[in-house]
Ligand binder design. Structure first.
Ligand SMILES: Nc1nc2c(c(=O)[nH]1)N[C@H]1C(S)=C(S)[C@@H](COP(=O)(O)O)O[C@H]1N2
Ligand SMILES: [Mo]
Length: 200
């Protein structure tokens, strides 16, 4: 079974990719909001995150600039646990993830609800370093790594697709590495969003 998606090259290194300045966020000041189309908006801090059920995942990490790093070990809280508490409204189908420093990226709600999507605070057994998005980043291992927003600050639920930073600059609206969804070629198929939203 091939673990390396098409067009990717394996690296033992684990490059750091940040566009612009690295924001400074301490565990004391870090807050995460879950807002938008939810019944019960949430704001939680670092201690609140650590008090929730913790899971560990080991996943491969694929950057659209063509490097892949195998077996990265993360620990954190499943995004679905927070979403269950916030209770998305039925019309919510997409999210815009906001980071400290202004970075954004979009996801389908169903992509955020996968069991290995984490709010990660630990990398290889150590607190997530600042340059890796510490204290807390999103991990979305089944999509290209630009979806794994570092210094995550808010998850905004929407009834439509709103493109994030790289997606607005021409990167693919979804970014599945196994389908090589690197760049958006042609219009975004509105139907795929509507179809996916039929799920209960
Ligand atoms: N806030 C923020 N998150 C981000 C980025 C960024 O520039 N800002 N870069 C993305 C990209 S393109 C990649 S490949 C991964 C890189 O994560 P790493 O620096 O831990 O390797 O973070 C993603 N998350
Ligand atoms: Mo990337």
């Amino acid at each position: 079974m091939d673990r390396v998606p098409p067009g990717q090259i394996l690296t033992q290194r684990f490059p750091i990719l940040t566009y612009g300045e690295e924001p400074r966020v301490s565990p004391e000041t870090w807050r995460l909001e879950v807002r938008g189309l939810v019944e019960a908006p949430l704001v939680l801090g670092y201690a609140d995150l650590l008090a929730l059920p913790q899971v560990e995942v080991v996943r491969d990490f694929h950057c659209v600039t063509r490097w892949s790093r195998l077996d990265v070990a993360w620990k954190g809280v499943q995004a679905r646990v927070l979403l269950e508490r916030a209770r998305p409204r039925p019309e919510a189908v997409a999210v815009l993830v906001h980071s400290y420093g202004g970075y954004t990226t979009n996801l389908l709600l169903e992509d955020l609800l996968r069991e290995d999507v984490l709010l990660a605070h630990t990398l290889f057994g150590r607190p997530l370093p600042p340059e890796r998005g510490g204290p807390v980043r999103l991990l979305v291992p089944h999509l290209y790594a630009w979806k794994s927003a570092k210094w995550v600050q808010a998850i905004e639920l929407l009834d439509h697709l709103e493109l994030g930073f790289w997606e607005r600059l021409g990167y693919h609206w979804r970014g599945d590495p196994w389908r090589e969804e690197r760049f958006q070629e042609g219009p975004i198929p509105a139907a795929s969003l509507r179809f996916r939203s039929k799920k209960t």
